[in-house]
Design a protein around this ligand. Structure first.
Ligand SMILES: C[S@@+](CC[C@H](N)C(=O)[O-])C[C@H]1O[C@@H](n2cnc3c(N)ncnc32)[C@H](O)[C@@H]1O
Length: 436
């Protein structure tokens, strides 16, 4: 069928409406298309309220359409926008953000300010799968919309050192029986580098460790990749939880240092292997700047603090900074000293206790995972009556829900920033600044 693409939607597809047949008028999602294009597509998935279609041919291409850079684009589940020039990617994300917030009920038009940097080789961390493919050990990702292994030869959104190190591991596995045993045991490999690619950490995910030889594997790999400073295994197991299987991860053998000192925004952060850190090595300084600059006072709370990326910057202009984090091992070890308090707790537990105490912050920073902060946190925030809130979000849908609750409780949305931490993909990061 022929479809005219009307706009880009969250998730990477273009939206069109069917014009022919019994389903005329039905919304159809077509991946790898651009607004304005006329395409030939074939219906694939059926959902009651919309259909999905596979792109067969582009009849009228958009002026923003470009050649993909990666051989695996289209097959690989990682990227969605390599067919769009970078300015068009930003335009699509803007529109998606604006519409999503409007749909959540935030109708006051606000200009979205954009922050970008280099759109390739930006990732400081990748997690590859490892498996045999046509008799050879390969690394790869999952095929788009499937759980099937896709072997890859390149990943141009990642820092070059990461894929080079993965290739070195494969090379070792071909030459050395010990390395081969370890690579065959690994189901996934996580690689994490400093922004300047001078240091590298590797984690091998295994369900069972080979009896010995990990140190030998690491020292040989270090001869090929001198930036390697540490490596370890993470042992995966599944346990029966309440009616479903729960995946558990246990640290196994370790070699070298157990993390990296990551330099960003003129600070050095200790990030343990597997710990959270922002992935775009070119935009971390700007993100910190957006969240923390021009703000000062007596007390700031950094909720969902990670290793203290924003907390550290806030100590320069606030007398006291309280950092709250659920997975707080690195934070409690490193965020210490006068005017610094690290708390290992969920944001909800922290706020439930905080509302009945007298301490009131001048600023609250929120940077939750995809699920957002949630409505109970929003109602506790309303009781605190903090003047300034900076809300960082990687999911516009949950952001819309949470912002609407905050606006309804008396906050004004003062600024909206889109910082493109994930070029070539549909993912977008927002910084919303709220005031009372
Ligand atoms: C998007 S990251 C942000 C981390 C940090 N602000 C940064 O930029 O590096 C979200 C963080 O929230 C933590 N987290 C997840 N659920 C949480 C909860 N319910 N309460 C507190 N922290 C939580 C995660 O461990 C993770 O470190």
């Amino acid at each position: 069928m022929k479809l005219r693409i009307e706009k880009a939607i969250y998730g990477g597809s273009g939206l069109a409406h069917q014009t022919e047949g019994k389903d005329a008028g039905k919304a159809i999602f077509v991946p790898f298309t651009l607004p304005g294009e006329l395409v030939e597509a074939q219906r694939s998935e059926e959902k009651s309220s919309f259909g999905e279609a596979k792109l067969l041919n582009i009849i009228e291409p958009s002026a923003n359409r470009i050649e993909q850079r990666c051989t695996h684009f289209g097959e690989c589940g990682g990227c969605h926008y390599q067919h769009a020039d970078y300015a068009a990617q930003i335009e699509m994300k803007h529109e998606i953000l604006r519409e999503t917030l409007e749909r959540a009920g935030l109708t006051d038009p606000l200009q979205i300010q954009t922050h970008t940097n280099k759109p390739w080789h930006y990732r400081n961390r990748i997690r590859l799968r490892a498996a045999k493919f046509e008799g050879n050990l390969r690394v790869g990702y999952l095929r788009r919309a499937s759980a099937e292994f896709l072997p890859i030869q390149m990943c141009p959104i990642s820092a070059p050192l990461l894929f080079k190190a993965a290739e070195a591991l494969l090379q070792l596995a071909q030459q050395d029986p010990n390395a081969s045993r370890w690579m065959q045991a690994a189901t996934e490999i996580e690689l994490f580098t400093k922004a300047d690619q001078t240091k590298l950490q590797i984690t091998l995910f295994v369900s069972e460790e080979p009896a010995k030889g990990f140190i030998d594997l690491c020292t040989k790999l270090q001869q090929l990749i001198p930036q390697l400073v540490g490596a370890g295994t993470a042992i995966l197991s599944t346990e029966a939880g309440r009616g479903r299987k729960v995946q558990k991860i246990k640290q196994g053998t370790s070699w070298g240092t157990e993390g990296l000192n990551y330099t960003a925004a003129n600070e050095s952060y200790w990030v343990s292997r597997g710990g959270f850190f922002q992935v775009n090595r070119f935009l971390i300084d700007e993100l910190v700047n957006l969240v923390t600059s021009n703000r000062s006072g007596t007390l700031a709370w950094d909720l969902f603090a990670g290793v203290g990326l924003f907390s550290r910057a806030l100590t320069k202009t606030f007398k006291q900074v309280v950092a709250v984090e659920a997975a707080a091992d690195d934070l409690t070890r490193t965020f210490k000293g006068e005017g610094r308090r690290a708390i290992a707790a969920t944001t909800l537990d922290f706020l439930r206790a905080a509302v009945v105490q007298r301490e009131r912050p001048d600023l609250i920073v929120l940077d939750p995972p995809r699920a957002g902060v949630g409505l109970e946190v929003c109602s506790l925030l309303a009781r605190l009556k903090t003047k300034h809130i900076v809300h960082v979000s990687c999911d516009p849908v949950t952001l819309g829900r949470d912002l609407k609750a905050m606006v309804d409780s008396g906050y004004r949305l003062a600024e909206l920033h889109m910082i493109d931490l994930f070029p070539q993909t549909f993912h977008l990061e927002t910084v919303a600044i709220l005031q009372q």
